[in-house]
Design a protein around this ligand. Structure first.
Ligand code: SF4
Length: 706
């Protein structure tokens, strides 16, 4: 009888819309990923460094966890630990009851999926809203995610439209932009009134107690800013020792996941809202979920915890590409899921998953931190075989094979017989055979055995006098040394070192791309992700630009942060605009939500990615760059840093405990809020601003305006 996995796979194989969606999505992601590393100076070295960080973290995971907890508690974060799903759910419900929470907004969290938190909340009379567009679609459809970063990858546009018509708006059209706007409007109301926000964690930085989220839509920022209580749920594998390590991992995660240099938002949360900050949660909880993890520390499967959940192995896997995520019947599908699921749920429940692999190694090639998935799949298979203790047939077969392979004469005779036999036995015929051979042949091609073995052809070549050492290396004698070097160089360039994982981590700092002029590079990169940046030559240029932009949102108020490099509020008030300044009394959320534009300064910018970095603080609300339809940033030219890594020392000065943790939140913003969760169509303005603009203000104009 066919196994449950095979039954699900068979259904997936005949599901034509699913097959189309899978091919389109996995192909697109894999292609984008292949190009994303071209924008780094040394892709292999970067990935080797990322791998080293993950490996070293687990050498002292206990120490890093202790540091993390101490720092979180010093910041006023409540730290909980849950050995299993039931205790995790109990803790979340207790927090919710204490604050009389009626609705919860959630940003994507695999750990909360793992414990089926939504069902527990609903049973307790609390309404959870998934706010990631893909997750919300699945909540409406009562389905589970099928991909780590694109949860609704399996849904076609028509299916989403039908769902919206049935559950949200009977007049919903078929335009992904329109469907996204419906979701934005519906969920904006829930964000503004929710009593609690629940999120996952991408990285938890031990040295500073910072919880980091990597998102594109802006829902992660809203979930962790608007509700008065924020609960973050994670497993211990999310711990990263330092802020600088985190920036290295950030350089590989979005590239591997969606092919972006950076996602729209990288949010670093360090404790609850400070007294002098206008917004952010008053109470923050971190819930550490064990859920079966700790029993695998120190085992051959510990390496699975190095995974940073980018989903690249899923896109690269021929099995996943063919059967999709739901076939794995687990939160974690695909190659890494075939290891994680049996680890967390037990071999009895998910033991057939490690067999769902061709062991081609594409997963490890794609993995940004070189997790050795094929090795663990093999070890997991072995563990299952030993556990089953009923693999007599398997043991007998391998013993026979071993005997044959040790005797060249028997092997060659068997090969010749097999070659003749295989001419008559094709897959269709074999599928009718009884027993394991028939089951194996179902759905597989049966390769025909070559007429001549390798050894026979080798002997023939030798007799003809071909240089055996060249032939063995696959090198034609016609190739000159230069041609060979050129060929090798080209192959490496093509592969970006993706075909093996054996490069050593380089000593010292990683090579960086050359950024001779930070302003020019920032302007180029900003235009690529958002809009052309204004490079003014006079204060009047800035005035004209700001007033023209505000005029586009004439009927709406303008939210303006304090301490801009050029004070623009006066110009706007002179022209009759309703200007909303940072509140010292609450977060002013309803007023800011009505704004057409939010105007902020910029603490730092990053040239290589076109990113704007904003830290929260007095006069610098998080919501000004988040709730209005458009965000305009005034970027001081001398605050533009060349690389992501250049931000490390700046973050340390903000977040390190001895510095007094002066900000509760820092956001790296790279372009507008975006999603491709509906039929892979890129839509801007899902939950955050639909557009982002920048004015690069040179020092001379800053001095002149003061
Ligand atoms: S195993 Fe590697 S490729 Fe797969 S999701 Fe994890 S980090 Fe990404």
């Amino acid at each position: 009888m066919s196994s449950p996995f095979n039954q699900r796979a068979n259904s997936a194989l005949v599901n034509i819309p699913l097959q189309d969606a899978l091919q389109a999505a996995t192909g697109k992601f894999a292609n984008q990923r292949a190009h994303a590393f071209e924008s780094t100076a040394a892709p292999l070295a970067l990935r080797a460094k990322a791998r080293e960080i993950r490996r070293k973290t687990f050498d002292e995971i206990d120490k890093h966890l202790e540091t993390l907890f101490t720092n979180l508690q010093n910041l006023g974060v409540h730290v909980h630990s849950a050995p299993d799903a039931d205790s995790a759910k109990r803790i979340v419900l207790e927090i919710a009851r204490k604050h009389n929470v009626e609705t919860v907004v959630k940003s994507k969290s695999m750990a909360s999926e793992e414990i089926h938190l939504n069902q527990a909340l609903e049973a307790a009379g609390i309404t959870p809203y998934e706010t990631d567009l893909g997750e919300w679609i699945l909540q409406l459809a009562n389905e589970t995610p099928s991909h780590l970063v694109a949860p609704a990858i399996h849904k076609t546009l028509k299916q989403v439209q039908d769902l919206f018509r049935a559950k949200v708006d009977p007049n919903a059209g078929s335009d992904p932009q329109e469907l996204t706007s419906i979701a934005r409007e519906k969920l904006r109301t829930e964000f503004l009134r929710a009593g609690m926000g629940i999120s996952g964690v991408n990285f938890a930085v031990a040295e500073s107690g910072t919880l980091c989220l990597v998102t594109n839509e802006g829902n992660g920022r809203l979930v962790t800013t608007l509700p008065k209580v924020h609960v973050a749920i994670m497993g211990f594998e999310k711990v990263v020792p330092t802020l600088r390590d985190t920036l290295t991992l950030l350089s590989v995660l979005p590239r591997s996941a969606t092919g972006q240099k950076l996602t729209s938002y990288f949010t670093m949360l360090t404790g609850p809202r400070r007294e002098n900050e206008a917004d952010g949660p008053d109470e923050v909880h971190l819930l550490l979920l064990d859920g079966g993890r700790s029993r695998h520390l120190g085992t051959p499967f510990q390496e699975a915890f190095h995974c940073i959940r980018c989903g690249a192995c899923q896109n690269a896997c021929p099995v996943f590409q063919t059967v999709g995520g739901h076939t794995y019947d687990s939160v974690y599908g695909g190659p890494i899921g075939s290891i994680l699921s049996p680890m967390l749920r037990g071999l009895e429940v998910s033991g057939e998953l490690p067999a769902a692999s061709s062991l081609c190694g594409a997963c490890m090639d794609a993995c940004p931190v070189f997790v050795d998935i094929p090795r663990m799949l093999l070890e997991m298979r072995e563990a299952r075989t030993v556990k089953k203790n009923n693999a007599l047939m398997e043991r007998f077969s391998f013993r026979m094979l071993g005997m044959v392979m040790r005797k060249p004469f028997v092997w060659e005779t068997g090969f010749k017989l097999g070659s003749v036999f295989s001419r008559f036995l094709n897959a269709k015929v074999a599928a009718w055979l009884p027993g394991p051979l028939g089951a194996w042949a179902q759905g597989r091609e049966l390769p025909r055995i070559a007429k001549k073995s390798f050894r026979t052809r080798w002997r023939e070549k030798k007799r003809r006098g071909v240089d055996s050492s060249s032939a063995a290396n696959g090198v034609s004698q016609a190739d000159s040394p230069d041609a060979i070097i050129e060929k090798t160089h080209h192959a490496l360039e093509l592969a970006h070192g993706l075909s093996h994982g054996h490069i050593d981590c380089p000593d010292g700092p990683l090579p960086e791309i050359n950024v001779p002029d930070t302003v020019v590079r920032f302007a180029t990169e900003f235009e690529a992700v958002a809009n052309p940046a204004l490079q003014p030559s006079s204060i009047d240029d800035i005035r004209e630009y700001v007033l023209n932009m505000a005029a586009k949102w004439k009927e709406y108020p303008v939210a303006i942060s304090d301490g801009l490099p050029v004070e623009v509020a006066g110009w706007l008030m002179e022209e009759g605009f309703d200007v909303i300044s940072p509140s010292i009394d609450g977060d002013n959320r309803d007023a800011i939500a009505r704004c057409g534009i939010g105007i902020t300064g910029c603490d730092w910018a990053i040239a290589e990615t076109g990113s704007i970095v904003l830290r929260s603080g007095p006069g610098h609300p998080r919501l000004h760059s988040l709730l209005p339809e458009t965000h305009l940033a005034l970027v001081p030219a001398n605050n533009i840093l060349p690389h992501i890594s250049s931000l490390g020392p700046e973050l340390e000065s903000i977040f390190k405990q001895e510095e007094g943790h002066s900000a509760s939140c820092v956001n790296i913003i790279t372009g507008p809020s975006r999603s491709a969760d509906i039929a892979l169509t890129l839509i801007k303005g899902v939950h955050g601003p639909r557009d982002v603009f920048a004015i690069i203000v040179p020092d001379v104009l800053i001095a002149r305006s003061q």
